[in-house]
Design a protein around this ligand. Structure first.
Ligand code: NAG
Ligand code: NAG
Ligand code: NAG
Ligand code: NAG
Ligand code: NAG
Ligand code: NAG
Ligand code: NAG
Length: 622
């Protein structure tokens, strides 16, 4: 029953995704956007093949170059018009009619005029590149509404006026480049720890006032060329002392005298830190004592109700045997350490750390690297929270990795993190909860139900989706030492509402970087592929499955390997099943060097899939 409903849903979804694509309105808007951008080149739209009578996302139709779509079939994701001599203006109203637009590259042109407020209609915008143009005017305050913005590059223009303060509150923002403009006013308190090296730069503007705290680790070259700026990391201190500096227990009357400058200033700053540290410690201790008292009552209440659901914090207490491991520390740094990367689509409210701790939580599973909880927020939104075991990785390294992974463009088969939390007490990563569970559970369930529900073409589609998602991420994250998934297995493949696979927990586990860093992922994928083909989910050791498949194939009983329900089901061809099995076996080759890259795997699987679709059409027309 349940399975046939799922199957129906999957067919409906397939049907709609086939006829989907950008609407006529969106196509015309994009063409008008391009025409306003290139008054000097009226033939540009035609040359690039931007023609309203074709779908930008239909890969088989010619045209619509300098633009990419999500999953080839669905919606425009990236527009790349850099360095094309454009000298018109930006019509953001037209541009943002494309609802899925995530990346806009317009750098290195001669674009004039302002950045219009309608840019905020591009609700999914992640990267906006406008550097090296001739843009003027102040930045629209609506920029701060772009909750998914990661990278804003406005450098080398002639923007003026003050920065919208709320811009700094986009908590996933990890690239902010506005050097060489005419911006003025003060610099708001950005979440400086999120910015990778070279990704924060406000130099050569007219900024003034003290640099907010937290910017110490960003080099002074990112602030230079602003007459009125003062404070660390710039060498000139603010005078009189900035109101944001730490309280000093020993105010020195001759503070600031040139002869003692270096050591004395350091000493004062240091004692300030110690005082602040002692204060926070005392405050934390006070909160712990208060919470302990409160918890004694709460614990009694929980044991009385004997409900399997309990507060997230209490669950963690049970899991580790220690007392309130995270809320203790949060007393000192309340709210400030939860980094929200993405606006949740299920709730309008901003995610707060305290609310996360208060919400009821249910343990979903425990693994080698940590536990996963389902947490239901006050407004009913369901989240999945992964609590990582301390795997030795430093907090700073974890933070950099999370931000870097989040900076990658989105792929429909990869589940993005909503938020993460990191302190010396623990690491949490928050995702949107996926109702349909994991691939592992589906495979186990279909065994119990006698199989049949998950047919060959569905399995092929799942394999292709995972392979494409992984290949995409490997390519996106290959710049400074590849960041792989690190822990790929069928329990980390979640099924979304359309029963398409979503790779979860990307980058949570440190995999060794550099040459061959992708190979553990290729192995993990190979095991998933074998699970899909054999219908035998891994129990404990994935190597056993690989060994078993190899031994059966060696004995030339190949067809015995496959899940009976796909062999007897409709549409399966033994030839293509064997082709897929060979791909799987290459991926699990004991020698990492002999394994193909994910890119190669994805194209091998897509070739099998295309052949499969062609044969389906032939058999239908007969
Ligand atoms: C844009 O470029 C064209 C030709 O290259 C030129 O004729 C026109 O004056 C330029 N427009 C502006 C506003 O610079
Ligand atoms: C768009 O394409 C159609 C057919 O492919 C063609 O007839 C038409 O001239 C094109 N329009 C433009 C503006 O190029
Ligand atoms: C894609 O374009 C091809 C060739 O123009 C056409 O035959 C096909 O119907 C189009 N597909 C969709 C889904 O629009
Ligand atoms: C845009 O398209 C043109 C023509 O197809 C191509 O030469 C150019 O490299 C493309 N530019 C970008 C940035 O993709
Ligand atoms: C930049 O804008 C200022 C006014 O805000 C103007 O005085 C200056 O000439 C402009 N510079 C350039 C290079 O256009
Ligand atoms: C910033 O510059 C604008 C003019 O571009 C001016 O009106 C405003 O007062 C300046 N603000 C500060 C804080 O200097
Ligand atoms: C910031 O921009 C300035 C001016 O372009 C450049 O000199 C400096 O190196 C940049 N800072 C960093 C950290 O990249």
């Amino acid at each position: 029953m349940e399975h046939s409903a799922l199957l129906l849903f999957h067919f409906l979804f397939l049907f709609f995704s086939l006829i989907a694509g950008e609407s006529d309105d969106v196509r015309k808007s994009l063409i008008r956007f391009l025409e306003k951008l290139s008054p000097n080149d009226p033939q540009l739209a035609q040359r690039l093949g931007w023609n309203a009578s074709t779908d930008p996302c239909n890969g088989t139709a010619v045209g619509w170059s300098n633009l990419t779509c999500i999953d080839k079939k669905m919606a425009v994701q990236t527009i790349s018009l850099e360095g094309m001599g454009l000298n018109g203006t930006i019509d953001a109203g037209e541009l943002c009619r494309a609802p899925s637009l995530a990346v806009v590259r317009l750098q290195d042109n001669f674009i004039r005029g302002i950045l219009p407020a309608e840019i905020s209609n591009c609700a999914n915008l992640m990267h906006l590149y406008l550097r090296n143009n001739q843009l003027v005017g102040s930045l629209p305050s609506s920029l701060a509404d772009l909750g998914n913005l990661k990278l804003l590059d406005l450098s080398n223009n002639n923007f003026s006026g003050e920065l919208p303060a709320a811009l700094s509150r986009i908590s996933g923002l990890s690239g902010f480049l506005v050097q060489n403009n005419n911006l003025n006013g003060s610099i708001p308190g950005f979440w400086f720890r999120n910015f990778g090296a070279g990704y924060f730069n406000v130099s050569y503007n007219q900024f003034s006032g003290p640099i907010p705290e937290g910017a110490e680790d960003i080099g002074s070259a990112s602030f230079s060329g602003n007459q009125g700026l003062c404070g660390r990391p710039l060498p000139n201190a603010c005078s009189p002392p900035s109101p944001s500096s730490s309280p000093s227990p020993s105010p020195s009357p001759d503070q600031g005298k040139k002869d003692h400058w270096g050591t004395r200033e350091k000493l004062i700053l240091f004692s300030g830190y110690i005082a602040l540290g002692l204060f926070l410690l005392a405050y934390a201790a006070y909160r712990v004592l208060r919470k302990k008292a409160a918890k004694r009552n709460k614990k009694i209440a929980a044991s009385e109700s004997s409900s399997p659901k309990s507060s997230f914090t209490m669950n963690k207490t049970v899991a580790t045997g220690s007392e309130h491991p995270i809320s203790t520390e949060s007393a000192a740094t309340e709210g400030s350490t939860l980094v929200v990367l993405k606006k949740s689509t299920t709730t309008a409210a901003e995610l707060k750390f305290e609310e996360l701790l208060k919400a009821p939580a249910e343990l979903l599973g425990r693994g080698r690297f940590g536990s996963v909880y389902k947490v239901v927020m006050a407004d009913g939104a369901a989240l999945a929270v992964k609590r990582l075991k301390d795997s030795g990785g430093s907090g700073a390294e974890f933070r950099r990795r999370m931000v870097r992974v989040d900076m990658a463009a989105r792929h429909p088969n990869v589940l993005p993190a909503v938020a993460f939390y990191c302190s010396s007490q623990g690491k949490l990563v928050v995702y949107e909860f996926q109702q349909n569970g994991s691939l592992l559970n589906l495979l186990r369930g279909s065994n119990r139900a006698g199989g049949g529900a998950f047919d060959w073409s569905w399995r092929l589609r799942v394999a292709a989706g995972i392979a494409e998602g992984l290949a995409f991420m490997h390519k996106e994250l290959d710049s400074e030492g590849l960041i792989g998934h690190g822990n790929l297995k069928s329990s980390n493949i979640l099924m979304n509402a359309g029963m398409d696979p979503c790779i979860s927990e990307y980058g949570l586990v440190v995999a060794n970087a550099g040459d061959g860093a992708d190979k553990p992922d290729v192995y993990g994928f190979g095991i998933i592929l074998l699970e899909l083909l054999t219908g035998k989910p891994v129990q404990n050791d994935p190597q056993e499955l690989a060994k078993w498949v190899n031994s059966v194939v060696r004995e030339e009983w190949t067809v015995e390997v496959f899940d009976k329900s796909i062999v007897s089901g409709a549409g399966a061809s033994e030839e293509r099943m064997v082709q897929m099995l060979q791909v799987g076996l290459r991926c699990v080759n004991p020698s990492a060097k002999a394994r193909p890259s994910m890119d190669q795997v994805a194209s091998m699987i897509n070739a099998v899939r295309e052949e499969d679709e062609r044969s389906l059409l032939v058999s239908e027309s007969e």
